[in-house]
Design a protein around this ligand. Structure first.
Ligand SMILES: Cc1cc2nc3c(=O)[nH]c(=O)nc-3n(C[C@H](O)[C@H](O)[C@H](O)COP(=O)(O)OP(=O)(O)OC[C@H]3O[C@@H](n4cnc5c(N)ncnc54)[C@H](O)[C@@H]3O)c2cc1C
Length: 482
């Protein structure tokens, strides 16, 4: 292995992968190393897929780690943009660095790359303008905004195949990749990055290992995703990389019959609703809607079970699931959003004996837990078989819970049946972001040569924008070296 690279990319999620792809197109930088703590995409298998329960795979969860990061098992909904909008509503803050028009161009380009590698050519959410407008107006009356943008749906099984093709393309075009290898630290001299220190991923704790290998590069890009958010916080503290306190999104996964969601599913595939309801006026949003989908679990930081959801192109359930998330920001004297989220998750995991907890909406209104027997006779049958019936309200804070219930109540006026008592809430669903890393318009941190892209540093949220941030990063690095 070469010991000095032009660029080292930490993390092979969509951000890191699209960065490598675009560096190949630009042909300016040749020695590129992608380091990923998880496995190659073809070796990533989740035991739950075979009907099992989550064994909390060690050293890393296959759902969130490995080539293509959290994208491999994701439902693969690529959020595009509405040409009439002069704002970018979905996917984070990339447009704040490069402007709205440039972001739109970048989405077009990145979408084309996805198409070149086999994404479905059909776009969801473009045909039913009149019907969508009616839903938009109904939501507006409840002080909720419906974000109307087209979506390209890859489907979970197709995402896996598509990223497999990209992996081979990168290898065939000279990108070096190290799998099952964790970047433990970066090497910094005089506020300039010089390289990274790596170790085999099987050693979970840095203390268990003292033979770190050093690999040098003048450009190191951190693309570690939400999976690496906690690691990133520690790294920033250690090297005094400038950050701003970030947010944590806490909430639940909501599951209800397709029948209730049929209009939204048909007209938009995914209804993205955002509002500030309830006494606290926190931002509440629906996220990652999966028609005829399945609720799933992922493991965060090796010990926390979180809920998620996805849907296949071919295998179908009769339920739709979606996240309802409340954004929380902390300032003084407590400013540790990740810690807060972890504590909520730990408490709820305890209540479920290490599993995801599921509860009927009606039981929350009645002020009682849900029992296993009641779930068996429930009209909405849970698609996550390992979920344990219980009481989510013991662990989710009053502020979070109130916002979620108010939001469900308001959406019931937009989508009849949305607040039916037999609908299911699963918890915890938490989106961890690192503290927002302070970067300039070239995505450079306060350490020279050290860059941050994707979800990890807080710039993006979602597949499309994380991928776009990788493409843009490659262009920045190529221009710098032209
Ligand atoms: C089940 C599920 C469904 C989803 N569905 C959708 C969807 O439909 N649409 C959508 O837009 N988004 C969806 N998402 C979110 C989407 O997958 C992420 O927004 C996206 O993958 C972020 O890309 P990223 O490159 O920033 O980070 P990630 O994809 O998280 O990749 C980061 C990678 O870095 C690696 N890494 C971290 N730290 C280190 C280290 N120290 N050393 C080496 N490697 C490291 C991790 O193992 C990981 O593979 C879903 C996520 C999940 C889990």
């Amino acid at each position: 292995m070469n010991k000095k690279y032009d660029v080292i990319v930490v993390g092979a999620g969509p951000g890191g992968v699209f960065l490598a792809y675009e560096l190949i197109q630009k042909k300016k930088l040749k020695n590129i190393l992608l380091i990923e703590q998880g496995k190659k995409v073809e070796d990533r298998v989740c035991p739950i897929e075979k009907g099992g329960i989550c064994p909390k795979c060690k050293p890393f969860c296959n759902i969130t780690s490995g080539f293509s990061g959290a994208g491999a098992f994701s439902d693969g909904k690529l959020s595009l943009y509405n040409p009439d909008d002069d704002e970018i509503h979905i996917g984070g803050d990339l447009h704040r660095y490069i402007g709205v028009e440039e972001t739109k161009k970048l989405i077009d380009y990145t979408d084309k790359v996805y198409l070149d590698f086999g994404a479905d050519t059909q776009l969801e959410g473009t045909k039913f303008k009149k019907e969508v407008k009616e839903i938009y107006n109904k939501a507006k009356r409840e002080n909720i905004t419906l974000i109307d943008i087209p979506i390209r749906h890859l489907g979970t099984e197709k995402s896996h195949e598509l990223y497999g093709r990209i992996e081979h393309y990168l290898l065939d075009n000279g990108i070096e990749m190290l799998f099952e290898t964790k970047v433990a630290d970066i090497i910094v001299e005089d506020k300039k990055v010089k390289g990274v220190k790596i170790k085999p991923a099987k050693y979970e704790q840095d203390e268990e290992f003292d033979d770190f290998e050093e690999i040098m590069a003048d450009n190191v890009v951190l693309a570690v995703g939400r999976k690496g958010a906690n690691w990133l916080v520690n790294l920033c503290n250690k090297h005094e990389i400038k950050t701003e306190t970030g947010i944590v999104d806490i909430g639940i996964r909501y599951e209800l019959p397709d029948e209730i969601m049929k209009d939204i599913n048909k007209y938009m595939y995914e209804g993205k609703f955002i509002g500030r309801v309830g006494p606290f006026k926190d931002k509440v949003r629906t996220f990652c809607q999966n028609p005829s989908g399945f609720v799933s679990t992922e493991v965060y930081d090796n010990d926390i079970a979180l809920v998620n959801g996805h849907s296949y192109k071919e295998k179908k359930s009769t339920n739709t699931n979606l996240a309802i998330l409340v954004s929380h920001r902390f300032n003084y004297p407590f400013n540790k959003p990740i810690e807060y989220g972890r504590n909520v998750a730990k408490n709820l995991n305890e209540l479920g004996a290490g599993n995801i907890v599921v509860q009927r909406l009606g039981d929350i209104y009645r002020g009682k837990r849900t029992w296993e027997e009641e779930l068996k006779n429930n009209k909405v049958v849970p698609t996550l078989k390992s979920a344990v019936a219980g009481d989510i309200t013991f662990a989710l804070g009053y502020r979070t819970m109130t916002a979620i219930l108010e939001f469900i109540r308001a959406l019931d006026k937009v989508v009849e049946g949305f607040a039916n008592p037999e609908n299911l809430l699963y918890g915890p669903e938490i989106k961890f972001y690192s503290n927002q890393i302070v970067i300039d318009e070239n995505f450079e941190t306060s350490i020279k040569g050290l860059y941050s892209i994707g979800d990890g540093g807080g710039m993006t949220r979602g597949l499309m924008m994380a991928s776009c941030s990788g493409i843009q990063m490659a262009r920045i690095l190529s221009n710098k070296n032209s």
